[in-house]
Write a protein that binds this ligand. Structure first.
Ligand code: HEC
Length: 146
């Protein structure tokens, strides 16, 4: 365990500074929020997802995974891209696992990689990103002591 410590420290440092060597140099061109909204509607993401301000279609799946809204830690662009092009990479937390994954442990979310163009993906992720808001909480003020 002792010998692992420097490695763990290094991984933590890399994680915090965000310079993961695996993703260095990764950059997608800027996207268009409105076009992205169009992709979001066309691909019927709302059949399994909910998003504030958007009506769900009638034939929804028995799933309502919230996208966007106030979150405690913001989803990075990279995480959102990964969620769309590789849904099983890391399954969303806090849901009934038997509903969100198949027996083989894969995400039940379809993989759109063969139906979505790269431009559509870029616009979609730009749209999604614009929908997340960091929840700012009031930290308890311990400085006033009586
Ligand atoms: C058949 C149902 C289904 C459809 C359709 C679907 N998803 Fe999902 N999606 C899921 C499930 C289940 C999860 C949670 C498991 C996971 O993380 O893959 C998920 C997770 C996600 C996440 C990660 C959420 C989080 O909080 O970590 C994003 C982002 C996402 N989906 C975007 C989309 C977009 C964009 C579309 C449309 C192009 C879409 N999904 C279509 C079922 C679906």
């Amino acid at each position: 365990m002792k010998r692992l410590q420097p490695l763990i420290m290094l991984l933590v440092a890399l994680g915090i500074s965000g310079c993961d060597p695996q993703s260095r140099g990764f950059s997608l061109p800027p996207g268009d929020v409105e076009q992205g909204e169009q992709v979001f509607m066309n691909m019927q993401c709302l059949s399994c997802h909910t998003m504030e301000g958007y009506e769900r279609p009638e034939n929804t799946e028995d799933l309502s995974i919230a996208l966007g809204g106030k979150v405690k830690s913001i989803k990075t662009y990279g995480e959102l891209v990964t969620s769309v092009i590789h849904p099983s990479h890391k399954l969303a937390k806090g849901y009934d696992m038997s509903k969100i994954q198949t027996e083989g442990g894969e995400s039940v979310m379809p993989v759109y990689n063969n139906v979505m163009t790269v431009s559509e993906l870029v616009d979609l992720v730009t749209f999604l990103e614009s929908k997340y808001e960091l929840e700012v909480y009031d930290a308890t003020d311990y400085s006033i002591r009586h």
